[in-house]
Ligand binder design. Sequence first.
Ligand code: ADP
Ligand code: MG
Length: 218
Amino acid sequence: MVEIRNVKKSFRKDWYALNDISLSVDKGDFVFLTGPTGSGKSTLLRLIYMDIFPDEGEVAVAGFLSSTIKKHEIPLLRRRIGIIFQDFKLLRNKTVYENVAFALEVTGESGRKMKEKVMKALALVGLSHKRNEFPYRISGGEQQKAAIARALVREPFILLADEPTGNIDPEGSMEIVRILQDINTSGTAILMATHDVELAKRVSNNSVHLEEGRMVEG
Ligand code: ADP
Ligand code: MG
């Protein structure tokens, strides 16, 4: 599903943000990407959703290759990937429902089918009762649930999560992780970046650790 082969990525001369990274994520996997701030976690996720491209090596995602993908194909790739961030990135002037619906509107979906999908995604994260609230009226944990629903509504094969619990209290964080586990159990692969090694250990025995752009043991 996702395969990263001997990837190097540099943003400046004589220094690699990622240095010889190889990693694969398969159907049903829940993989943690751990490492301190600046170790290259977000850079690795950006390579997977092809926001940036490797200097050396190759990234293969859902049949697309970093070396041959065309610019117009990138939105097609992104439709198949769900992405959530530490700061949620919800649209402020739209309700929870509208935020989730918008992710489908841009794919051309509308009508009753769309409404059903949105309601299903909101139910999955336990946010149906807050569907008419604006993001600033709900907690951080609830905003992240809305962001998860928005990512899920397109039925991605993988969900990329970049420090999804970074702005949420410990209790709310565990709830988010539990939702991600549910999503994983129903077949969606998850790749979650976090600096919280303890959290990763508690949840999964499948983790990759980065230090200064290199993969290290433990
Ligand atoms: P993490 O997500 O683990 O905190 P990042 O992937 O964001 O780490 O960053 C890894 C390293 O690459 C850091 O030293 C960061 O400053 C650098 N970096 C990331 N993106 C850029 C960029 N666009 N331009 C220059 N340096 C960058
Ligand atoms: Mg980061």
